[in-house]
Design a protein around this ligand. Structure first.
Ligand SMILES: *[C@@H]1O[C@H](CO)[C@@H](O)[C@H](O)[C@H]1NC(C)=O
Ligand SMILES: *[C@@H]1O[C@H](CO)[C@@H](O)[C@H](O)[C@H]1NC(C)=O
Length: 271
């Protein structure tokens, strides 16, 4: 039986503040002078506050370690780096905390991770900041939510089904995709490229979703790829590619302008 090692060792952190334009952002140097290394807990999480816009600096020997951001507490607890959200490996990594939420960092060097080379931080909006730092989630309009596959949800139909489903729609930054499925037989892997999509390759996903009710916000323009990692499902057509355009700019029209447009539409359609 696997020996459960509770890595209640955390990392000491020194902080200093820099001024970035209008708003102050804190740079947290992970591990003091030792850098990114196993270290005993000194309760820094109780003292430190991490706000949107702050950054973490990781310094370490890149021959033996890296900084692997994982998506959940389980991966963090068990030092599981197989589905990273992001990997940094320059030896001097600056990670900006752009969104509120929990961030989990481990090293993919398993021995080091189980001895406590891991870090979790909770990031919140700075309540004392007079002007909240701009964050994508704040400036994005709350867009449309598209239920993937509509009433058919996320399941195997035929090879064209999700292609047709997405072809008819225009997605914009700020919209969300809702994947609904039975999570005992399916999952949603977001993958990064065309080739992975073509060959149904789930080996290095950008993100993994498994709740059976996953709401995924489209925060970046470009092409986004989603597949099922279940053997055979993606090959059978359970794959979705969406093209996301920039934020929809819906012009705000006055009632009179809307009325005028409406009347014009009649004039032009009426041959
Ligand atoms: C950390 O904080 C907890 C409760 O706040 C306390 O019981 C514990 O002794 C502290 N540990 C250290 C190393 O200061
Ligand atoms: C893990 O880290 C230790 C200590 O730095 C090092 O001796 C070992 O070679 C590393 N393992 C890998 C796989 O890099």
């Amino acid at each position: 039986m696997a020996k459960r090692i509770f890595g209640f060792f955390l990392l000491a952190i020194t902080t200093f503040t820099v001024l970035l334009g209008c708003c102050s952002a804190t740079v947290h140097k992970v591990g003091d002078s030792d850098g990114w290394a196993p270290k005993e807990d000194d309760n820094w999480t109780d003292r430190e506050e991490f706000h949107v816009g702050d950054s973490l600096v990781f310094e370490y020997d890149r021959n033996f370690n890296d900084v692997t951001q994982v998506s959940g507490g389980l991966e963090y607890e068990f030092c599981d780096s197989s589905f990273p959200k992001a990997v940094y490996n320059t030896g001097h990594d600056v990670v900006t905390l752009k969104e509120p939420g929990s961030y989990y960092f481990i090293t993919s060097n398993h021995t080091q991770c189980t001895s406590g080379q891991k870090l979790d931080v909770l990031v919140t909006h700075d309540p004392s900041s007079p002007i909240p730092p701009p964050s994508p989630s704040k400036i994005l309009p709350s867009g449309n939510i598209y239920k993937v596959g509509d009433s058919k949800r996320w399941s195997v139909y035929d090879s064209e089904f999700y292609y047709q489903w997405s072809k008819e729609k225009q997605f914009h930054v700020g919209d969300s995709l809702l994947f609904e499925y039975n999570n005992e037989v399916n999952d949603v892997f977001e993958i990064s490229g065309d080739l992975e999509f073509l060959y149904c390759d789930p080996i290095s996903p950008v993100a993994v979703h498994k709740t059976g009710h996953d709401l995924i916000k489209l925060t970046e323009p470009g092409i986004h790829y989603f597949i099922s990692s279940e053997p055979g499902h993606c090959e059978a057509g359970l794959k979705l590619q969406v093209v996301v355009g920039p934020t929809a700019n819906v012009p705000k029209l006055s009632p009179l302008e809307r009325l005028t447009r409406w009347l014009n539409s009649f004039t032009f359609n009426h041959h």
